[in-house]
Design a protein around this ligand. Structure first.
Ligand code: IPM
Ligand code: MN
Length: 351
């Protein structure tokens, strides 16, 4: 198969982890006779510096004319502590999600057998965890009206959802549940928020179309607690943008490190694959960041193309590196650790 992949390395550790994913993908292409043409493009602070805009039109053109997008990370500390900054790298990410119509962010949470005892959570709680969050990605408070009033003394962000936005996300949730254990949890705050009541009402109406799926409705605060207490009780969870952002960071603790969790953003046509972690500026350029979340995002990309054998080859080699202790310092626990680039080389060589 011939694939054109837009390669958006972004900021911070983005370029380093993306490099390792490229090595791994190229090794897969060699082994299985595929051809990837990588199409690098600018995003984030790097794009602001180069052209004054975090998601330039040229980058968008490259994305829409590719078969998929592989994305690193976005964000730079020089913007975080400057509330008056007019353009921010994160705006690029949000604009990209919106313009590419990526309304569903698929974030799986699973455990790695060799890492279970490294989790701060007890083995008996987390063993066998295999759940998927479907986070709504182009609506809610991230995209609502916001601003200041009263001469800057009052600030507001508004959360808005339309029924059709809920339907298209929930539909993906029901469909995914049908391919798994047929359990769906709708996470909301319907005891307080009107948008949550719309979510709940909409999902309730859809239940009749999926009679085999057992749906539960839980408040987000309760899910935050139960997720680390009884992760095994969940399978597919659907939720709005901000709740999904927060809960998926929390869920990464179950796997052992934020540096392990991949994601796929899907929607109207093209899909984008990205690690759930951020740009981790403290580690940028040091060759110490964990590349596995990005490598596993590349595995999700092969799955997205229907190339499951290739995807499994990546997941297997990642498991093997964890078993053999070929890991970056976030996972080495005082034992010998490997550089980001060394982990990438090892993975590519062992495919
Ligand atoms: C994520 C990130 C982004 C988000 C930030 C960088 C805007 O935290 O992908 O989870 O909040 O969606
Ligand atoms: Mn996040």
């Amino acid at each position: 198969m011939k694939m054109n992949i837009a390669l958006l390395a972004g900021d911070g550790i983005g370029p380093e982890v993306i490099d390792q994913a490229v090595k791994v993908c190229n090794a897969i292409c060699n082994k299985y006779n595929h051809e990837i043409s990588w199409r690098p493009a600018l995003t984030g602070a790097a794009a602001i510096d180069a052209v004054g805009e975090p998601y330039p039109d040229e980058t968008h053109e490259i994305c829409v004319s590719s078969d998929a997008v592989l994305f690193g990370a976005i964000g730079h500390p020089r913007f975080d502590n400057d509330p008056s900054a007019k353009v921010r790298p994160e705006q690029g990410l949000l604009k990209m999600r919106k313009k590419l119509g990526l309304f569903a962010n698929v974030r799986p949470t699973f455990t790695f057998p060799s890492l279970i005892d490294k989790s701060p959570l007890k083995r008996e709680r987390i063993e066998g965890t295999d759940l998927v969050f479907l986070r709504e990605l182009t609506g809610g408070i991230y995209f609502g009206e916001r601003g200041r009033k009263d001469e800057g003394e009052t600030a507001f962000d508004t959360c808005t959802y339309t029924r059709s936005e809920v339907v298209r996300l929930a539909k993906k949730g029901f469909e995914l549940a049908m391919t798994r254990s047929k359990k769906l949890c709708c996470v909301d705050k319907a005891n307080v928020l009107e948008t949550s009541r719309l979510w709940r009402e909409t999902v309730q109406r859809m239940e009749k179309d999926y009679p085999e799926v057992e749906v539960s409705y839980e408040f987000v605060d309760a899910v935050a607690m139960r997720l680390v207490q009884w992760p095994n009780s969940y399978d597919v969870l659907i939720t709005e943008n901000l709740f999904g952002d927060i809960l998926t960071d929390e869920a990464s603790v179950i796997s052992g490190s934020m540096g392990l969790m991949p994601s796929a953003s899907v929607g109207e046509s093209i899909a984008l694959y990205e690690p759930i972690h951020g740009s981790y500026p403290q580690a940028a350029g040091k060759d110490i960041a964990n590349p596995l979340a990005t490598v596993l995002s590349a595995a999700m990309m092969f799955d997205g193309f229907g190339l499951n054998e290739e995807a499994n080859a990546i997941k297997n080699v990642v498991n093997k590196s964890l078993e053999k202790g070929v890991v970056t310092e976030d996972l080495s626990e005082g034992a010998k650790s490997f550089k980001t680039s060394e982990v990438g080389d090892w993975l590519a060589a062992n495919i």
